[in-house]
Design a protein around this ligand. Structure first.
Ligand SMILES: NC(=O)C1=CN([C@@H]2O[C@H](COP(=O)(O)OP(=O)(O)OC[C@H]3O[C@@H](n4cnc5c(N)ncnc54)[C@H](OP(=O)(O)O)[C@@H]3O)[C@@H](O)[C@H]2O)C=CC1
Ligand SMILES: O=C1CO[C@H](CO)[C@@H](O)[C@@H]1O
Length: 458
């Protein structure tokens, strides 16, 4: 996508302001760095970035952003000062370890081996108030995505927002409005959109190479953790952890050590289970190949769901199967599986399947000779996706995974979860984004959620 949709002047002015402003003393720290750290990239061309959420994916995204020479991470924000026992006892995440990672990475690059200049925050609003931050990377749990992205857009920041776009369809719509009103560049963290092999596979499907696509299968990885069962007892809130700020817009709930960190994804108040966690990837690829990135299906049907025992902390579906139908009759099946294949398109003339990490696309044309049956393509890293975002911050062009695209893929995850909750088939109007007929009143209520005061999306 190359159509400029954003106002270059507003953003260039903001960065220009940084270079000349009388407030320079307050914001100077990021610029007083050895030239060896950022090579030839002049401070004025450097994009200053702050991270909100420095856990599991936050650390990976940090390394991808720091690898880009024209980008400087100047601040990290996390409600956890240092969350130990992250995945194993030696694994510590949170804002202090993130700051240490940033400063040690930049120090290694500087001739002197020294670097200071990454600030830490507990409250993301303080990050957004900083005038020297051009862009934010939002890698918080899903229940925070809408509130944080809307606040970031209102503060004039460009945004790299992790998938799934949000927790609800209404929240995502509000995100789009804020981003478009403020003309921000927004890249959804669906990094497969920057994977040339996945692109090649989707182009092939779109070009009609496998004929009319009858069915797409999206495999959703099984739940990899179980959490405490019925009768679980709260555990003490660790020191250095702002649990109230972790809960944010989600309902009040007693702390348990397995609620936060990585595990939020299995709890309905904070995320859409594996449907949204993995579905955001596999369904996004399906939408891409089908050429429906800016729309959606017209029907979603519950097939099967299973859950942990009532009263368990984790309450998202552990096994699931739902089926969507598009206007042209194409069926999209989302199903829990051990996914060596992430998304597979079944057409009249062949199959295109894309593996779990987007490392391989396998094309099986029905009518070709055996030696031409397979075309394997190789791995690429998420760095190109970050690069595309940074380029668009400069050019004000549309990135490869704009917010509306992220919205429509995540919406299918939410539609699927709503059908699972109601155990029914629902008619969906992708134009007006509402359920119609049947149990639509009940279903439409699930398009949004109450947000705990003082947090709200409008
Ligand atoms: N593109 C991809 O392939 C991937 C994307 N993701 C996405 O990234 C997001 C984060 O997932 P993941 O990193 O696994 O989750 P984690 O729980 O590991 O990380 C989230 C971090 O955000 C912190 N946090 C929570 N609330 C706030 C707040 N109000 N302000 C600042 N920080 C906050 C958490 O604190 P605490 O440590 O105390 O919980 C945690 O450190 C999710 O939306 C997920 O879907 C995740 C994995 C891969
Ligand atoms: O938990 C996870 C495991 O890896 C996936 C990427 O392949 C993530 O998206 C996801 O959040």
């Amino acid at each position: 996508m190359t159509k400029p949709t954003t106002d270059a002047t507003a953003h260039l002015t903001r960065r220009g302001f940084l270079r000349t402003s009388a407030t320079a003393a307050a914001v100077a720290a990021p610029y007083f760095v050895p030239s060896s750290v950022f090579g030839e990239t002049a401070p004025s061309n450097r994009i200053t970035v702050a991270f909100i959420g420095t856990g599991n994916q936050g650390f990976l995204d940090l390394t991808l952003f720091m690898a880009q020479p024209d980008c400087q991470v100047v601040a990290v924000c996390d409600v956890n000062k240092g969350s130990d026992n992250y995945k194993e006892p030696s694994d510590v995440r949170g804002r202090e370890p993130a700051k240490a990672l940033v400063e040690s990475t930049y120090a290694k690059r500087s001739g002197s081996g020294k670097f200071k200049g990454c600030d830490t925050f507990n409250d993301f609003r303080e990050v957004l108030a900083r005038k020297d931050v051009d862009a934010v990377v939002i890698v918080s749990p899903d229940h925070w995505h809408d509130v944080m992205a809307i606040a970031a857009a209102k503060a004039g920041k460009d945004i790299y927002g992790e998938k799934p776009l949000g927790l609800t369809i209404a929240g995502q719509q509000a995100m789009i409005k804020a981003v478009r009103d403020k003309r921000c560049v927004f890249q959804t963290g669906s990094h497969e959109r920057s994977n040339p092999y996945v692109k090649a596979a989707c182009d092939l499907v779109q070009s009609g190479a496998i004929g009319k696509v009858r069915r797409v299968v999206c495999n959703i990885g099984r739940q990899n953790k179980l959490g405490p069962g019925p009768g679980w007892e709260p555990t003490p809130i660790p020191s250095g952890f702002d649990y109230d700020m972790w809960l944010g817009p989600a309902p009040e709930a007693p702390y348990h050590k397995d609620r936060c960190l990585y595990n939020f994804r299995f709890i309905d108040d904070y995320a859409g289970g594996q449907t949204a966690n993995f579905g955001a990837h596999s369904i996004d690829i399906a939408q891409w190949g089908l050429g429906t990135s800016l729309t959606g299906p017209k029907e979603v049907e519950y097939v099967y769901a299973d859950y942990l025992p009532e009263g368990s902390l984790f309450n998202a579906a552990t096994f699931l199967n739902f089926r969507c139908k598009y206007e042209n009759g194409t069926v999209l099946d989302c199903v829990t599986a051990e996914p060596s294949v992430r998304t597979a398109f079944y057409g009249d003339d062949g199959i295109v399947s894309i593996d779990n990490q987007g490392q391989n696309a396998l094309v099986i044309p029905r009518k070709l000779t055996p030696e031409k049956l397979q075309k394997r393509v190789k791995y690429h890293s998420g760095g190109d996706h970050v690069r595309n975002f940074l380029d668009c911050v400069k050019s004000r062009e549309e990135p490869v995974a704009p917010i509306e695209v992220g919205h429509r893929s995540a919406s299918i995850c939410h539609l699927g979860n709503i059908s699972l909750k109601l155990q029914t088939k629902l008619k969906w109007n992708p134009e007006v984004e509402r359920f119609e007929g049947g149990r639509s009143d009940e279903a439409n209520k699930l398009l949004s959620r109450e947000q705990r005061s003082p947090w709200k999306i409008s």
